[in-house]
Design a protein around this ligand. Structure first.
Ligand SMILES: [Zn+2]
Length: 239
């Protein structure tokens, strides 16, 4: 099992580790701050320095509790000391997009009674799917954008905590978070990580986030697309 040091601190940009395994896809380390693709958030990019040689990490994935740093070459001795460096520009923008997504999801839940059923964060344009939701006309989308930016401008603190499974479920239900999908996670998962954004939003999430909504700056909601009966896709970017 790889120790995922980003879970407790999302701002770690570089770290020292040890190589434990080479796979056909990439390199496994004892610990890492590289986020593996999941929960709608892309895997991190960056570099690993092994024996003074910089190796590019094109993506990061998780497979059976092992974080795999996808690299073009993998033939390094097990036990090698490794220095890891995130592509911080890439990751930080994804952190801003991810925290923004939580606020946008809550906004639609509160104001449109629409739940977020899927998300896909991208360095550029991210997207959310809502259900049930009607088509949102352009002018209305502009008003929503303004309202969401007013929430972000309140400089709400973003905090991370872990609660035991059952305690987390009842806490989140009380905060009006949709726990239907969360309850499907295997019972072997005993602790749930909760991201709180001021008093506005509470969600179970394993992703990386900024510390304050002021870091997000502003968002722009761009367009909506019908994805089926009462299901709408909304695109957005962080500016
Ligand atoms: Zn999330």
């Amino acid at each position: 099992m790889t120790k995922r040091i980003y879970l407790a601190d999302n701002y770690i940009k570089d770290f020292n580790s040890t190589l434990v395994k080479n796979t056909s896809k990439g390199i496994v380390l004892t610990e890492t701050c590289f986020y593996p693709e999941g929960g709608g958030q892309p895997g991190d990019r960056g570099s690993l320095i092994i024996k003074n040689q910089p190796i590019k990490v094109n993506n990061t994935r998780i497979h059976q509790e092992l974080v795999i740093h996808e690299t073009e070459t993998q033939d390094f001795p097990v036990g090698s000391k490794v220095e890891g460096k995130l592509d911080w520009n890439y990751r930080y923008r994804l952190m801003r997009s991810h925290s923004a997504q939580h606020v946008i999801s809550r906004y639609f839940q509160v104001n449109y009674q629409a739940e977020t059923v899927s998300t896909q964060l991208k360095y550029g344009k991210s997207r959310l799917d809502f259900q049930p939701l009607r088509k949102i006309p352009l002018e209305e989308l502009e008003t929503i954008t303004k309202k969401i930016n007013m929430i972000l401008a309140k400089k709400l603190p973003v905090s991370i905590k872990a609660l035991p499974r059952e305690e987390a479920f009842s806490y989140l239900r009380e905060k009006k978070y949709q726990t239907k999908y969360l309850e499907m996670v295997p019972k072997s998962i005993k602790s749930i990580r909760i991201i709180s954004i001021g008093d506005y939003d509470f969600a179970a999430c394993a992703g990386t986030h900024v510390k304050n909504t002021s870091e997000i700056g502003e968002v722009s909601l761009i367009s909506t697309k019908n994805k089926g009966k009462f299901r709408e896709r909304i695109f957005y970017t962080v500016i």
